[in-house]
Each structure stands twice: as structure tokens, then as C-alpha cells.
Design a protein around this ligand. Structure first.
Ligand code: HEC
Length: 115
């Protein structure tokens, strides 16, 4: 009887683990909460230089039409390492590489409102 209870518990835990995770998993491994934080960061922190709607300010516009001819690989390098001798800072210490990959995809597609 005890044994049955244990394995039923383990099965439930496994089912929970399988279904609790993959919200937005086809997009990336980032949790929805982290994705929300990153969008907020893009609007607020990047936006402080690139404009709150990313239409440009001190830094150039980051809208999809303006990024179309720039490779994801190049954008990723720029964000991770910054652009030396300009105001564009490196984000390597604040953002993990998968987070930067995800941000680049969002920027290419058009960033949703940060709410
Ligand atoms: C302190 C101001 C500042 C902040 C904050 C900032 N940037 Fe920049 N960024 C710049 C400037 C200035 C340039 C242009 C540098 C140059 O002259 O090439 C730039 C360039 C870029 C470019 C290259 C665009 C192009 O078409 O040449 C990308 C991509 C970029 N920034 C992304 C980001 C992202 C993503 C963030 C937030 C994680 C961010 N930046 C935060 C100032 C900033």
C-alpha cells in the first residue's frame, strides 16, 4: 500500500514537471517571467538611449525594418560586447547569451509593449 502511494506520488511529480515548464518553450528556454523582464529591460534600459519605442535617440533605431540587413550574429556581438569608443555599453555582465539571442529575435520581430 505504501509502495503504491510512493510511486503514484512520483508519477504525479513527473507529470507536473513535464507540464509545469514549457510555456513559450518553442520560442526559447527562458521562463515567461524572465521574458517579461527582458522586454522591460529593452524598453527601459536600452530605450533610455535608443528611445522608449526604440525609434532612436542617442543610439540608432532598433526597429525591425532598420535591423533587417543586420545579421543576428552581429547584433548579438554588439549587445554582448558593446561598441568600443561609443556610448553603446557591453551587456555581457547583465545578460546571459541565451537571453541576448532571445532579445535579438524580439528586436528583429518587433518588441511588444513592456506591460
Ligand atoms: C548609454 C546608451 C546606450 C544604452 C543603454 C544602449 N545602447 Fe545600444 N547603442 C548606443 C549607441 C550610441 C550606439 C551607436 C554606436 C555607434 O556609433 O556605432 C548603439 C548601437 C547599438 C546597436 C547597433 C545598431 C546599429 O544599427 O548600428 C544595437 C543592436 C544596440 N545598440 C542594441 C542595444 C541594446 C539591445 C541595448 C540594451 C540591452 C542597448 N543597445 C543599450 C547607446 C546605448
Amino acid at each position: 500500500m505504501r509502495k503504491w502511494e510512493t510511486s503514484a506520488g512520483a508519477t504525479l511529480a513527473l507529470i507536473f514537471a513535464l507540464f509545469a515548464h514549457p510555456v513559450g518553450a518553442q520560442e526559447s528556454s527562458l521562463t515567461p517571467a524572465r521574458q517579461k523582464e527582458l522586454i522591460y529591460l529593452l524598453r527601459q534600459d536600452c530605450g533610455s538611449c535608443h528611445g522608449l519605442t526604440l525609434e532612436g535617440g542617442l543610439g540608432p533605431t532598433l526597429l525591425p525594418k532598420d535591423l533587417a540587413d543586420k545579421s543576428e550574429e552581429w547584433l548579438r556581438e554588439v549587445i554582448l560586447n558593446g561598441i568600443p569608443e561609443t556610448a553603446m555599453p557591453p551587456w555581457r555582465s547583465l545578460l546571459a547569451e541565451p537571453e541576448v539571442d532571445w532579445l535579438v529575435k524580439m528586436m528583429k520581430r518587433g518588441v511588444p509593449d513592456a506591460k
